[in-house]
Design a protein around this ligand. Structure first.
Ligand code: ASP
Length: 340
């Protein structure tokens, strides 16, 4: 499907990286429709906390009971991943199956899209065949919202371009709530790296703001969006400045697939200036943790001994992934059933 100007979020329509994405709340806004999860920007504090509670409950249940429940029996979920994914896709698939839903999976290859059919027309085939819910990942920002406007199924955003990755944002909040023992107040997190291309950063900042966590971002000037403060964060000039006294750091992956040439002088220089190594970890509070959404480029965004070190919660983030995706699928399915 080719993206047109009409459904690309504002930060991409501008042609340069502006910080703010499309705001879509209010009576007309799809952000209020619980069949969908389009971004954390559209959820309020209470909705986020309720999802985190559900995710904790679901994770405990999934770890305890290996036998699928029947909670989503009769629900058909399409996983439509048009970009690579390991963690997100497997977590949605396992969560959907454990809840008793029928889960069908497609990628861009092998679909009629390659014959020129539009994404909407292709998805309407699935709708006609009884699909209730689509979990979509796409390289173009705005695709989930566009689909929510043009098909009748629930749409869950599993990452759209540089816009949002709401379930990753919930994973990050869930992980922080665990390590901070339920208290978000008076906490500060540093987010370091490629902010401009990062849907993970946008979702995290939106959620953290709603929970009252202070956010400092830092990264190479070429990878910081114009007006980044409008997202709800402060900008530090160096990684050391961002990390000093922080309660957590989130390193972001260098998004090679989204990057034009010339934005970084070299990867080794990046690692030196912005990579999180043991010295930088020591600048944070003694109990501060190190996060990364994955996949990690070891030795680039995080030093190898930091990824595997005692302060790393990277695998805890992965573990929380299934609880979050289970809670999100249940939320959409509930709203779909209420409508029916
Ligand atoms: N897995 C995350 C995403 O799809 C983070 C990344 O790829 O850097 O956005």
């Amino acid at each position: 499907m080719s993206m047109t100007m009409s459904h690309a979020p504002a930060h991409e329509r501008s042609g340069i990286f502006h910080a703010r994405a499309l705001v879509n709340r209010g009576p007309e806004g799809l952000g209020n429709d619980r069949r969908h999860l389009l971004g954390l920007e559209y959820l309020d504090r209470a909705e986020i906390l309720a999802l985190l509670d559900d995710a904790e409950y679901d994770l405990a249940k999934l770890q305890r009971d290996r036998i699928p429940s029947h909670e989503l029996a009769g629900v058909t979920i399409l996983l439509a991943f048009f970009e690579d994914s390991t963690r997100t896709r497997i977590a949605f698939e396992l969560a959907g199956r454990r809840l008793g839903a029928v889960v069908v999976s497609v990628t861009s290859g092998g679909l009629s899209l390659s014959k020129g059919e539009s994404l909407v027309d292709t998805l309407r085939i699935f709708e006609k065949n009884g699909t209730d819910l689509v979990v979509v990942r796409h390289a173009s920002s705005g695709v989930p919202e566009f689909l929510a406007r043009h098909v009748g199924m629930g749409i869950v955003n599993a990452g759209d371009g540089t816009h949002e990755h709401p379930t990753q944002g919930l994973v990050d909040l869930m992980t922080l709530r665990q390590v901070w023992r339920g208290h978000f107040e008076n906490r500060r997190i540093a987010i370091v790296g490629d902010i401009a291309h990062s849907r993970v950063a946008r979702s995290a900042i939106a959620g953290l703001n709603k929970l009252g966590v202070k956010v400092t971002v830092a990264g190479p000037a070429t990878l910081i969006p114009v007006g980044v403060e409008a997202l709800g964060c402060t900008l530090a000039a160096t990684a050391d400045e961002a990390l000093a006294g922080a309660d957590a750091v989130m390193a972001l992956r260098i998004q090679r697939e989204r990057m034009e040439r010339g934005l970084l002088p070299s990867f080794s220089e990046y690692a030196k200036s912005w990579g999180i190594d043991a010295r930088r970890v020591a600048l944070m509070k003694p109990d501060a943790v190190v996060m990364h959404p994955g996949p990690v480029n070891r030795g680039l965004e995080l030093a190898v001994d930091v990824v595997d070190g005692p302060r790393s919660v990277v695998l805890k983030q992965v573990e929380n992934g299934m609880g979050v995706r289970s809670a999100v699928l249940r939320r959409s399915a509930r709203a779909i059933r209420e409508r029916a």
